[in-house]
Design a protein around this ligand. Structure first.
Ligand code: 5GP
Ligand code: MN
Length: 351
């Protein structure tokens, strides 16, 4: 047993956890709701690695995910919590260790949050988001300078001394999250270490082209037409603030028969507008919540913006949040708060 739980008031370094890798256990690996390429890639990559060490692993997602990620090695075994409540509860209850990847506050796991909170398992964090809830984890690594959680799982495997266990399937999972979270290697988080990891993956036989095609060239016709409609009819540009926003009403989601993942990446298109530094999208997705996504270029900090005004968080240049108000109220609130940032948004920035 790992008995540190009661005695550790705050998270211990992940290096302190390495010795436990030589004693295989039953573990659960989980991620944030509506997992993206980084959340699924990192959890699956870690799972495949731990299985090679003899661990019994169960990867549980708090919700479903986009079908363009289904091909990931091991993805068919991922348990969707909302579709398998009693099995998930049993596995979480029986787990000796719960690995928490690509999120750092339990609220990001939607309805699984209270289960994770009350679990007696040892909780291990691997994550790159701002402001982790450190007291909730016994061991972990939180590094906002890392491109992706997938890069951190790569570091974990290397640093713990298991380079020889990295194989093509693990590399494929980890490449996927690195690729998606770096905006295909363009964001400033794409440090030399990212390309060095990719060199290693290529040496293991990674075929990157099919991965890009499965993720980015796999639209259904309705998804592409939904995107066209959003760009044509749902975008507003505020040149005074170097800002663009999109408002997606529920009727569009119904009309274009959207599925999980269809809105992913929509917010980024607005950053293609010359001079635009801040892009926001609000989607009238659920009965009681409007989902925001924020993206920025340069120094404008959308994590801070999302935390201050929209119950959210994330990274400096990519964050999300929620509004409980009706859609038009939420939009009004956004336009009002934007005024406060005029000076910041009109100033030039350096890389
Ligand atoms: P997205 O806009 O793609 O949903 O999320 C952008 C980034 O912000 C991701 O890293 C995601 O994990 C984080 N994020 C999205 N929504 C929330 C939220 O409501 N709260 C927090 N803390 N982070 C979020
Ligand atoms: Mn991530």
């Amino acid at each position: 047993m790992i008995e540190n739980r009661i005695f550790a008031p705050s998270m211990e370094a992940i290096t302190e956890f390495y010795p436990f890798l030589s004693t295989p256990k039953d573990v659960v690996i989980t991620m944030h709701q509506k997992p993206d390429g980084d959340a699924l890639g990192s959890t699956l990559g870690l799972s495949l690695f731990l299985r090679k060490l003899g661990f019994k692993t169960h990867v549980i997602s708090p919700t479903n995910w986009a079908s363009f990620l289904d091909w990931l090695p091991g993805c068919k075994d991922v348990i969707d919590y909302e579709a398998n409540l009693s099995l998930s509860e049993k596995l979480i209850d029986e787990a000796a260790i719960i690995f928490c990847l690509d999120f750092n506050v339990f609220s990001r796991t939607k309805n699984m949050a209270s289960l994770l909170e009350k679990s007696n398992a040892v909780k291990v964090l691997i994550d790159h988001h701002e402001e982790p809830q450190k007291e909730a984890f016994q061991y972990g690594v939180s590094n906002i300078n890392k491109s992706s959680t997938c890069e951190m799982v790569y570091d974990f495997i290397m640093d713990a001394g298991y380079t020889a266990l990295l194989d093509l399937d693990i590399a494929t999972c980890l490449y996927t999250g690195i690729m998606t979270d770096t905006g295909t290697f363009r964001f400033p988080s794409t440090k030399a270490s990212v390309h060095q990891a990719v060199v290693h993956f290529k040496q293991l036989g990674l075929k990157h082209t099919p991965i890009h095609e499965r993720i980015y060239d796999s639209f259904r016709e309705t998804r592409l037409r939904f995107l066209g409609n959003a760009l044509l009819n749902r975008m507003e540009v505020f040149y005074q603030y170097n800002t663009a926003m999109m408002v997606i009403p529920r009727s569009d989601l119904v009309h274009f028969k959207t599925q999980t993942g269809d809105t992913e990446g929509l917010v980024n298109y607005m950053l293609a507008l010359e001079g635009i530094k801040f892009a926001a999208i609000v989607i009238d997705r659920e009965e009681n919540a409007r989902k925001w996504s924020f993206r920025s270029k340069g120094t404008f900090d959308v994590n801070r913006f999302a935390r201050a005004h929209f119950n959210g968080g994330g990274h400096k240049n990519a964050a999300g949040g929620l509004s409980t108000e009706p859609l038009d109220e939420a939009v009004k609130q956004f336009k009002n708060v934007l005024e406060q940032y005029e000076k910041e948004l009109s100033a030039p920035y350096q890389y």
